[in-house]
Design a protein around this ligand. Structure first.
Ligand code: SAM
Ligand code: GLN
Length: 283
């Protein structure tokens, strides 16, 4: 028998065996999307039968999840800042802690952001750049990535969120393809130290792009380069916002101090209490 109740039960069991930390939730989320039903419909129709074709198609999704593939790649999207972002294996799945970087930018810059020129380095799915373009509806946003596959996803997300007209996308290494002065530089660069990468959960290690995650042995090589070059690219009074990993606060603060030309060096924690967003102002 393959009614909804049976499928949910069986899937939860299979995903538990597959090592998912949230098997029941994953089973529900996958089945809701697969059957295009919401949670209430799913609960109200436990006896709704799946056709043989549906059951076979759903089994393929469950198989992928059992092998560790993140739910977001199976669904093809992820919610970020309450917006739906397309994702695929070319891009990092946007993380909730990255919303803190956006909150931090918006603490200093109020809408509509008239005249502001913003750069998002390593835009991936476009999460940071697209949200800032929406929140600052008079700003212009430049987004770069080294990965052409990521830029294709970011462009589609800018289109579907209605901000493509105020965004530009460039492929290249950090600032290489960008000219002109900037008011705001943001980046969530790769920051996993080389030696730590092998210890990450399989869902990350086997499925997310390594080039989005791995940095130098100390994890802050990208921050170092962005801080150095950023000093020449920011207008006086402009600000830089960098996501950092656990334990990187003091090293990144030192990079700002050593570079010189920066003031208001600061760091804010994410909602897990971990230092997450380093920022500074170009004097
Ligand atoms: N901004 C997205 C987010 O916050 O969800 C993605 C961040 S992901 C941690 C880092 C991104 O930087 C990846 O998309 C990767 O392709 C890109 N990247 C890696 N090296 C780069 C480089 N040298 N220049 C530009 N982008 C780079
Ligand atoms: N927060 C990500 C993770 O823990 C890392 C993101 C990054 O390297 N910028 O997987």
């Amino acid at each position: 028998m393959t009614d909804i109740r049976t499928i949910l039960h069986r899937t939860t069991r299979d995903l538990t065996a597959g090592g998912s930390p949230s098997p029941r939730l994953d089973a529900e989320v996958l089945l809701m999307r697969f059957l295009r039903m919401d949670r209430v419909q799913l609960c109200m129709q436990p006896e709704r039968e799946l056709s043989e074709e549906e059951a076979a198609g759903f089994a393929r999704w469950v198989e992928r999840r059992s092998l560790g593939e993140p739910v977001a790649y199976i669904l093809g999207d992820k919610e970020f800042w309450s917006l739906r972002f397309e994702v695929n294996r070319e891009v990092l799945i946007p993380r909730p802690e990255t919303e803190c970087l956006i909150e931090e930018v918006l603490r200093f810059y109020r809408p509509p952001g008239e005249g502001l020129r913003v750069l998002d380095i390593g835009t991936g799915s476009g999460a940071i750049g697209v949200v800032l373009a929406r929140e600052l509806p008079a700003a212009r946003v430049v987004a770069t990535d080294i990965s052409p596959g990521a830029l294709a996803v970011a462009r589609r997300n800018a289109l579907s969120q209605g901000v493509a007209g105020r965004m530009e996308f460039f492929q290249g290494d950090l600032f290489a393809a960008v000219s002109g002065d900037l008011d705001i530089i943001c980046s969530n660069p790769p920051y996993i130290p080389e030696g730590v990468y092998d210890l990450l959960p399989v869902g990350i290690r086997n499925f997310e792009p390594p080039g989005a995650l791995i940095a130098s042995p100390d994890g802050v090589a990208f921050h170092r380069k962005i801080i150095r070059e950023g000093a020449h690219r920011l207008k006086a009074g402009g600000r830089i916002f960098l996501e950092i990993g656990e334990g990187q606060r003091d090293r990144v603060a030192a990079l700002f101090r050593e570079e010189g030309g920066y003031g208001d060096i600061d760091c804010r924690k994410d909602y897990g209490g971990i230092d997450r967003v380093a920022s500074a102002r170009r004097i």
